[in-house]
Write a protein that binds this ligand. Structure first.
Ligand code: FAD
Length: 505
């Protein structure tokens, strides 16, 4: 379906990634009659919609789904298109039902220390994070038996665990994945978040449907204008509440296009500088593993991507997020001819928290348009002296971690190009007060605009180093509570004329 079936809905959600889908699911579950429209500019790849492409067994079909998500322009990582922004050269976007959530790795660590949002009480945030873990079906133990994973964690723990509270010690990475009864794995896409909502009459999902702007009646959002990308037909759709969950670059773009332009819009853009390093487990460790487990290499089985993922949590004393992934290097031998066992090559990624600045921003213009006619965007982004110092410290930390795990394969740790983390944040960030440094309140309601919510990593106000999707889904859960209260409070005033979308342009 490319154009919405109805002229009017209770809730319209723009963007079908994990955060938009979380709003749909929360409102669907808790409101007995709400009619909901979820729309996306990209194509529907799977049935049910939003399935993770890694679950597509046929490799040609999977590659087709990835290409369809990229759209025109140079491809980034599979399923993404590069933005071509010189200041953020690796920045990339996905345009498909499910958003990046159909392509992601699924790492779902909880934030800690300075990553947490000071103006949301910890107990409330923890409850939202728990609900987000349910929605994403997060499991920290899906790959407990990956070869050498225990040994990798034992070595990292010896270096990092002293003085840490139990929940911030080295651990298996919590991943959005389900282990089936046959032992195979199903990766969580937005089909998992939407659950039964996707198949219900009350919920419409429109693909290849571009939102052009939010319609405002004074200071109240009353709907959106959409374009069917197949036919070019445009239409207005009324709604009692609108959520824009169109990623960290296109959410502020839509607000700008709608004339909603708080001073912080597009500012505080941050992406986590990422440093990588690779090592291999020493031969005697591999031999000892064989002796202790009694298992042969064949019995251990092949390691699949992400099967051995370990986590060195961020703390204020070690302000980096460590993601440690065991790779399957076979059958490629190392340069010296050594044949490496699956799981014995270990990639370490250390993510830094950006030194957040209002000058790092996505800027829009009213005089130029992008390929789809929305305001053209331009990125301004640089590393401050503090960032450069943090990057050097992270290089030392990852080299130390690598030395604890095994034998270095790289000469030195490598800083990836800016934008590589795919974790763009801050551009519609939340704040405790409308003081010009935030776009929305702690329930993701856009300041001074009734009925309008924003969602995504863009609402996160802190400098996180950890993968942010779990946090932004938790913030969507929080926002949905406020949205439900709004639907209740506007129910009486919802007249038949308003339902039909009359008179609100
Ligand atoms: P998105 O998933 O980006 O979805 C936004 C959607 O909005 C898109 O589908 C887009 O088409 C749509 N849209 C935009 N503009 C419009 C418009 N005008 N009209 C209609 N629709 C519009 N994160 C983690 O936390 N852990 C990981 O391990 C991890 N690994 C990743 C690995 C890869 C390869 C990739 C690509 C991403 C990874 N991420 C990871 C990032 C994660 O996928 C994102 O944080 C998450 O998907 C963001 O969710 P979202 O709902 O905010 O937006």
């Amino acid at each position: 379906m490319s154009l919405p079936r109805h002229p009017s809905y209770d809730l319209v959600v723009v963007g079908s990634g994990p955060t938009g889908s979380a709003y749909v699911r929360e409102v669907y579950d808790r409101h007995p009659t709400a009619r909901i429209l979820l729309l996306d500019a990209g194509p529907r790849l799977t049935d049910p919609p939003g399935t993770h492409v890694k679950n597509i067994a046929d490799s040609a079909e999977r590659a087709r789904a990835q290409r369809a998500s990229e759209g025109p322009g140079p491809a980034g990582r599979p399923g993404t298109r590069l933005l071509e922004a010189p200041d953020l050269p690796a920045a990339a976007l996905s345009t498909n039902v499910g958003g990046m959530g159909a392509h992601w790795t699924g790492a779902c660590p909880r934030p800690g220390g300075g990553e947490r949002i000071g103006f949301i009480p910890d107990a409330e945030m923890d409850a939202h994070l728990s609900r987000a873990e349910q929605l994403l079906r997060v499991d920290a133990h899906a790959f407990d038996h990956a070869p050498f994973a225990d040994e990798v964690r034992r070595r990292l723990a010896a270096l990092f665990d002293a003085g840490r509270p139990p929940h911030r010690r080295v651990a298996p990475m919590p991943l959005a994945v389900t282990t089936r009864s046959d032992g195979a794995h199903t990766w969580s896409g937005t089909d998992v978040i939407l659950g039964r909502a996707a198949a219900d009459e009350r919920v419409d999902i429109a693909d290849r449907c571009l939102c052009l702007r939010v319609v405002l009646d004074g200071d109240t959002a009353t709907g959106i204008v959409v374009r069917d990308l197949a036919t070019g037909e445009e239409r207005r759709v009324s709604a009692r509440a609108v959520v824009i969950a169109a990623d960290a670059l296109r959410t502020p773009q839509l607000l700008h296009a709608s004339g909603v332009r708080p001073p912080a819009l597009g500012r505080y853009l941050n992406d986590q500088p990422q440093i990588v390093y690779a090592v291999r487990l020493p031969d005697d460790v591999v031999a000892a593993h064989r002796a202790v487990t009694g298992r042969t290499r064949d019995e251990d089985g092949a390691i699949v991507a992400q099967s051995g993922v370990s986590w060195v949590p961020y703390t204020d004393a070690h302000p980096f997020h460590g993601q440690v992934m065991q790779l399957d290097a076979s059958p490629v031998p190392l340069a010296d001819g050594t044949d490496v066992e699956p799981g014995a090559i270990v990639g370490l990624g250390w993510f830094c928290a950006k030194d957040i600045s209002p000058d790092d921003r996505v800027e829009f213009t009213d005089t130029a348009a992008d390929a789809r006619g929305l305001p053209a965007l331009r990125i301004h982004y640089r590393y401050s002296d503090r960032d450069l110092a943090a990057i050097e410290q992270a290089k030392e930390a990852v080299a130390e971690a690598g030395a604890a795990v095994g034998i270095p394969l790289d000469d030195s740790p490598l800083l990836l190009p800016a934008g590589s983390s795919l974790h763009y944040q801050g551009t519609t960030r939340m704040g405790p007060a409308d003081d010009g440094t935030s776009v929305c309140d702690s329930h993701s309601r856009v300041w001074n605009t009734r009925g309008l919510w924003v969602a995504g990593n863009n609402v996160i106000p802190t400098a996180t180093a950890c993968n942010p999707t779990l946090t932004s889904v938790a913030l969507a859960v929080r926002g949905a509570r406020a949205l439900l209260a709004h639907l209740d409070s506007t129910a009486e005033r919802s007249t038949p004329a308003a339902q039909a979308g009359v008179g609100t342009a």
